[in-house]
Ligand binder design. Structure first.
Ligand code: NAD
Ligand code: LMR
Length: 339
């Protein structure tokens, strides 16, 4: 096909060492909210991903410009911009992975839950369209409050009769990205080698980094662990305050979103042992949704991995987060049932 011909003439993607470009399956990725603070750099990073063959960029406005701009990059994917309700179906049709960074961000003094009233409706309408146009797609939910927007999406999909719990993910990768960065700084280890699971949810104390499982191991004091935990939990607020009214994390979020979408694509393509933390339907605690390590595969979630051994401090954190996470989940479910 002309696509394959053009792929061959492009700059060789980094994965070319692992297998020939011809054997990489076609994958359509759709970004909903592509003209936003996260959407633009995320669209750029997805354009750089050689696993993507078609990139659909949707927003209520601004996407023709973003799509024209990104489309000039000489990488594999064909890029198209879609704008407004009329074009949402086309943006979604045939999509394998839908990434949703649509919605309003925080200003200083706000919690993520303060975004609920606006973002719940946006997420509900976008998920209704996903159910109609690409019911089998993997969904990466970035819009806040993630603790509630993921349960909203699940309810919308259930109502439409297409819910597959293996395909719905709340993106918590930024918490992991932060935990890795902060741990490497404190432990004075090579950040490229660091791994830290982060479990629970994606807001304040519901974000529970498991530094007792961090590798490479370091002998940090309890005081250091507590400071690292707090900084990870407040990472979003740190950025919101530094941006002083101009929004929340966009660049680090685009990076984190690109890492997570890439993991989903690798899973779809049958790459073994792809494990990332994500907020998914779960039975590892009594809560119906919970973030933990997840093995990704051809159908989305292959396995929700357990928490592993926790320190006393982490056990305490786990019990403390449950009431808030539970009420955020219930709020989302209730909204979706009523509206
Ligand atoms: P932004 O305001 O810069 O961009 C949001 C974009 O969404 C805008 O371009 C807007 O036009 C678009 N949009 C609004 N309604 C839409 C609809 N119905 N359909 C399609 N697009 C629509 O905001 P941002 O900084 O990019 O943040 C977006 C969301 O991501 C916020 O809710 C924010 O809280 C959240 N966020 C989540 C994480 C995370 O870790 N999960 C991290 C950072 C931000
Ligand atoms: C983050 O963690 O940066 C995002 O959830 C945005 C926010 O509101 O903090």
């Amino acid at each position: 096909s002309s696509l394959l011909r053009s792929v061959k003439t492009l700059a060789r993607p980094t994965t070319a060492r692992a297998y020939s470009v011809d054997s990489v399956p076609s994958r359509k990725v759709t970004v909903l909210g592509a003209a936003g603070g996260i959407g633009q750099p995320l669209s750029l990073l997805m354009k750089l991903n050689p696993l993507v063959s078609q990139l659909a960029l949707y927003d209520i406005g601004g996407t023709p410009g973003v799509a024209a701009d990104v489309s000039h990059i000489n990488s594999r994917s064909e890029v198209a911009g879609y704008m407004g309700d009329d074009q949402l179906g086309l943006a979604l049709e045939g999509s394998d992975v839908v990434i949703i960074p649509a919605g309003v961000p925080r200003k200083p003094g706000m919690t993520r839950d303060d975004l609920f009233n606006i973002n719940a409706g946006i997420v509900k309408s976008l998920c209704t369209a996903i159910a109609k146009y690409c019911p089998h797609a993997i969904v990466n939910m970035i819009s806040n409050p993630v603790n509630s927007t993921v349960p909203i999406a699940a309810e919308v999909f259930k109502k439409a009769g297409i819910y597959d719990e293996k395909k719905l993910f709340g993106v918590t990768t930024l918490d992991v990205v932060r935990a890795k960065t902060f741990y490497a700084g404190k432990a004075n280890v090579n950040v490229a080698e660091v791994n830290v699971p982060v479990v629970g949810g994606h807001a304040g104390v519901t974000i529970l980094p498991l530094f007792s499982q961090a590798t490479p191991k370091a002998n940090l004091s309890q005081e250091d662990i507590q400071a690292l935990t707090k900084r990870t939990q407040d990472g979003g607020t740190e950025v919101v305050e530094a941006k002083a009214g101009k929004g929340s994390a966009t660049l680090s979020m685009a990076y984190a979103g690109a890492i997570f979408a890439d993991a989903c694509l690798k899973g779809l393509n049958g790459v073994p042992d792809v494990v990332e933390c994500s907020y998914v339907q779960s039975t590892i605690t009594e809560l119906p949704f919970f973030a933990s390590k997840v093995r990704l595969g051809k159908n989305g979630v292959e396995e929700v991995l357990g928490l592993g051994p926790l320190s006393d401090y982490e056990k305490e954190g786990l019990e403390k987060l449950k009431p808030e996470l539970k009420s955020s989940i219930e709020k989302g479910i209730e909204f979706a049932k009523k509206n």
